[in-house]
Design a protein around this ligand. Structure first.
Ligand SMILES: Nc1ncnc2c1ncn2[C@@H]1O[C@H](COP(=O)(O)OP(=O)(O)OP(=O)(O)O)[C@@H](O)[C@H]1O
Length: 301
C-alpha cells in the first residue's frame, strides 16, 4: 500500500478565499496554505479560535466546498465532487422534522438504493446501538437534544463511512449529556467495523460510560473532529491540530495525545498527562483565541 493510501484524508496546501462579507468588493482569505492529514483509523481534532476557518476546512474535506487552491485526497485519490467515503455530522440539527427517528436513519440508506425492508432493519439496529431502541417512531420534536444527536449519529454510522467529519456535534448539549455522547462516540469508534449488512453490536446504554475494550486500529474509521473545546479535543483524540486566528488561518501546532485507551472523557481530565498536554496546547492556542476574540469585537463595533 502506498504511503498516500494510508491516509484516509489529506488536505494539501489548501487556501480558501471568499468575497468579503464585511467589505464590499474585497476578498477575504479564510484559510491559507494549510495541510492536514488523517490516517485511516485515526481520530484527529482541530481546535482554533472562533471564526478562524475550522468549518471551511471540514467542508473542503467533505467535498462540499472547492478550495481556491490546493488538493484533497481520499485514500490517496484526488477528490472530485462530494466525498462519498465520508459521513458528516453538523453542529446544527440535520434531522427532517416530518420524519420519525427511524425514517430519518433509513433515509440515507434508501437514497443509496437499499430496499426499504433492509434499510428498516439496519436503521433499527443502529438506533438500538446508540441507545434508542424503541424510540424509532418518535419524531425529532418528541426527542431530547441528546436523543436527536444519537439519531443523527445513527444516521451517519448506518452508512458505514470510512471517514467521519464532525463539526462541533455536541456543542448545544448540556455538559453531562455531552460527556455521555463523547464516550459513546469513542466506544462506537473503537468497536470493529461491522460492515453495512452485519448486525451491529454491542448495544450501548448511556450509563455504560464508554469503557468498551479497544478493537485495535483495524476497522476503525478515520475521524476529523472540529471543536472549540480543548478538553474535548484532548479527551477524544489521537492528535490535536491547533489553527491560528484568521485571516489566512493555518496550523501552528500539532500534538500527539499519548493517553491510554479506552478513555472515559470525564475521568481522563484528572490524569496528570492530560493536565500537562492541556497546558502545552493552551500555551499555543491562548494568543490565537485572544486575537480571534479581538476580531469578533471589532466586527461587532
Ligand atoms: N461562503 C463564505 N463567504 C464569505 N465568507 C465566508 C464564507 N464561509 C466562511 N467565511 C468566512 O471565513 C471565516 C472562517 O469561517 P468558518 O465558519 O470556517 O470558521 P470557524 O472556525 O468554523 O468558525 P466557528 O468557530 O465560529 O464555528 C469567517 O470569517 C467566515 O466569515
Amino acid at each position: 500500500m502506498s504511503d498516500d493510501a494510508d491516509h484516509a484524508l489529506e488536505l494539501l496546501d489548501i487556501s480558501c478565499t471568499f468575497r468579503s462579507k464585511d467589505e464590499r468588493g474585497q476578498r477575504y482569505t479564510a484559510v491559507a496554505g494549510t495541510s492536514l492529514r488523517v490516517r485511516a483509523g485515526e481520530f484527529v481534532s482541530v481546535v482554533g479560535p472562533t471564526g478562524c476557518g475550522k468549518s471551511t476546512l471540514l467542508n473542503v474535506g467533505a467535498g462540499l466546498l472547492e478550495p481556491s487552491s490546493g488538493t484533497v485526497k481520499v485514500f490517496g485519490q484526488p477528490l472530485t465532487g462530494v466525498n462519498a467515503r465520508a459521513g458528516y455530522m453538523f453542529q446544527t440539527e440535520a434531522l427532517m422534522p416530518w420524519r420519525s427517528a427511524l425514517a430519518n436513519v433509513m433515509l440515507g440508506l434508501q437514497y443509496r438504493g437499499m430496499p426499504d425492508d433492509a434499510a428498516r432493519t439496519l436503521a433499527e439496529q443502529w438506533l438500538a446501538r446508540v441507545g434508542l431502541g424503541g424510540f424509532g417512531d418518535r419524531y425529532p420534536h418528541e426527542l431530547s437534544g441528546g436523543m436527536r444527536k444519537r439519531t443523527a449519529l445513527a444516521q451517519v454510522l448506518a452508512l458505514d463511512p470510512d471517514i467521519i467529519l464532525m463539526d462541533e456535534p455536541f456543542s448545544a448539549l448540556d455538559v453531562q449529556t455531552r460527556q455521555l455522547m463523547e464516550n459513546e462516540v469513542l466506544e462506537l469508534w473503537a468497536a470493529p467495523s461491522t460492515g453495512r449488512r452485519a448486525a451491529p453490536a454491542p448495544v450501548l446504554t448511556p450509563a455504560a460510560g464508554g469503557r468498551a475494550a479497544p478493537a485495535g486500529q483495524q476497522g476503525r474509521k478515520a475521524v476529523l473532529f472540529i471543536t472549540h473545546d480543548l478538553d474535548e479535543a484532548i479527551a477524544m483524540s489521537d492528535r490535536v491540530v491547533v489553527l491560528s486566528a484568521g485571516p489566512a488561518t493555518h496550523p501552528i501546532g500539532e500534538f500527539v495525545i499519548d493517553l491510554a485507551r479506552p478513555r472515559d472523557v470525564a475521568e481522563v481530565r484528572t490524569h496528570p498527562r492530560f493536565v500537562e498536554l492541556h497546558s502545552q496546547i493552551w500555551s499555543v492556542l491562548r494568543d490565537e483565541v485572544l486575537k480571534g476574540y479581538a476580531q469578533q469585537l471589532k466586527k461587532a463595533a
